[in-house]
Design a protein around this ligand. Structure first.
Ligand SMILES: Cc1cc2nc3c(=O)[nH]c(=O)nc-3n(C[C@H](O)[C@H](O)[C@H](O)COP(=O)(O)OP(=O)(O)OC[C@H]3O[C@@H](n4cnc5c(N)ncnc54)[C@H](O)[C@@H]3O)c2cc1C
Length: 463
């Protein structure tokens, strides 16, 4: 095996917390998307920052790749060890280290999941609102600059990570940022590591911004006769400054899929799913103003979910959309696009995307966090059908081109991994080469999550 020397040394250090065969390797070689299984040579389970540092230092000495693993829910093959080596599973570093309620901050280890953090915070009146649907790890969420349904109100991981502890590619441990709400002290290294997908360092501790639990929460779902009316409602709502906590779009195909998966009876039309947070008075007033916009746009079938149970059902259905879409075509796998455009270009982006999908012949239900101008088409491809995969990739490329042409990005929240790497030059031009130089400066031997995000040689930049 290529990395025998590294693995032997690591086994002496970690004992039975280095797994060299069996189901664990297979589990860490799977991804949520269409990438073929890619088991690593070993899975390591560190329990402290010092252990992460030692593992990386040993691996660096032997040029053995190290690919961090949170909960493995990323959608672009991010966490697959495509050059072999170690999958560094951070799930045992899962403690809340401090809650500083007076500063509205929490300090957490990277393997803690967002739901576990919120369970811990329940009695404090505070919450960590970033919600990518999956119960992802906070380290993985920071590494992918995740967001989701609540970003329209609370921002993304970029806005909610204040400070980090990071293990660099040679094993050194650094701290970035501070507990201060702002700082002008030099380069923003926290911002650099947030979204770096494990290619620049391993996050071993995060200081996170917390928010107050809202006094009142109201949610609703409403149907529209056509998608343009739904999208125009979103644009008008955002432009009027109505403070939405969530505003999600699903098209008529997703409404039908929801009915089949959940036994609901939604009209098979485009829908918006919305939520308001605030005091009882402000949430009611926001809902009333939103209702007026919906009425003006011809929306109907306004169903309110006022109890926690009804809201739970509504958002469980929304969060279950991805598996429900996959299940709607037996034997299918998903290629998920993730376009994000300025809100003024949203209607154009969705309209052109719908026409493109219809012309391709592939099923491609559309849904998204449209309050941010972010939407996904889940292209459903028959497993092992090379022609459909080719069609889907060409379609996804056209969608990326469209988002960039409209002043947006080909990935609003999922990130690059390996699936979107070939679109990076198109979006960033020479700035992609600058990213590669940053990678080289911090990880000259390319041991941290190789094969992802940046070009491995400069010829890739000009392609
Ligand atoms: C059904 C479903 C719905 C989703 N919806 C959304 C959504 O709405 N919004 C959204 O943003 N995402 C969404 N995702 C994608 C996914 O949940 C996010 O990308 C999430 O942030 C990944 O976290 P994870 O813990 O699973 O990370 P992993 O998949 O384990 O890893 C992701 C990347 O981060 C790196 N990494 C992990 N931990 C660390 C660490 N401690 N230090 C450095 N690098 C690390 C890995 O190497 C990899 O490159 C969805 C996924 C699914 C399956």
């Amino acid at each position: 095996m290529a990395h025998d020397a590294a693995l032997a040394e690591l086994q002496t250090f970690l004992g039975d917390r280095l797994i060299l065969s069996g189901a664990d390797l297979a589990a860490h070689g799977q991804s949520e998307a269409w990438f073929p299984p890619t088991p690593p040579d070993a899975v390591a389970y560190p329990e402290t920052t010092e252990e992460v540092s030692a593992i990386v230092a040993i691996s660096a000495r032997h040029h053995c790749p190290v690919t961090p693993w949170g909960t493995g829910t990323s959608l672009e093959g991010h966490a697959l060890a495509v050059r072999g080596g170690i999958s560094l599973d951070l799930s045992r570093m899962n403690r809340v280290l401090a809650v500083r309620a007076e500063d509205m901050q929490a300090v957490a280890q990277p393997g803690l999941t967002r739901e576990a953090l919120n369970t811990d915070l329940r009695a404090t009146g505070l919450m960590f609102p970033i919600d990518p649907g999956a119960n992802a790890s906070l380290g993985g969420m920071a590494a992918t600059r995740a967001s989701g349904t609540t970003a329209v109100r609370y921002g993304t991981m970029r806005d909610n990570v204040m400070a980090l502890e990071v293990v660099l590619a040679d094993g050194r441990v650094i701290r970035t940022g501070s507990g201060a709400r702002k700082s002008s002290a030099g380069y923003d290294l926290t911002g650099l590591f947030v979204g770096s997908e494990g290619t620049l360092g391993i996050i071993t501790e995060l200081t996170l911004k917390l928010h107050g639990q809202p006094e009142a929460v109201t949610a609703a779902v409403c149907a529209f006769d056509d998608f343009a009316a739904a999208v125009d409602t979103v644009i008008a709502t955002i432009q009027m400054g109505i403070p939405m906590a969530r505003i999600e779009f699903v098209d008529e195909a997703v409404a039908a899929i929801f009915n089949a998966a959940n036994g609901t009876a939604l009209p098979e039309k485009p829908h918006l799913m919305v939520e308001f947070h605030g005091s009882a008075t402000s949430a009611a007033e926001d809902a009333r103003r939103f209702g007026e916009v919906v009425a003006d746009m011809g929306g109907a079938h306004f169903d309110w979910a006022t109890t926690p149970e009804a809201r739970g059902r509504l958002w469980r259905m929304r969060h279950g959309a991805y598996p429900a879409c996959i299940a709607s075509r037996p034997g299918a796998m998903g290629l998920v696009t993730d376009l994000c455009v300025p809100i003024s270009r949203l209607a154009e982006a969705v309209s052109e995307t719908r026409a493109d999908i219809a012309a391709s012949g592939l099923p491609g239900p559309i849904l998204g966090h449209v309050g941010d101008g972010n939407f996904h088409a889940i292209l459903l491809i028959e497993r092992d059908n090379a022609d459909e995969l080719k069609t889907a990739k060409a379609l996804a490329r056209r969608m990326a081109e469209r988002a960039i042409r409209l002043g947006g990005t080909m990935t609003g929240e999922h990130g690059v991994g390996m699936g979107k790497k070939d679109l990076m030059a198109m979006e960033h031009g020479q700035a992609w080469e600058v990213m590669a130089r940053i990678k080289r400066a911090l990880d000259p031997d390319g041991i941290l999550n190789p094969g992802k995000v940046v070009p491995e040689n400069m010829t890739e930049v000009s392609q």
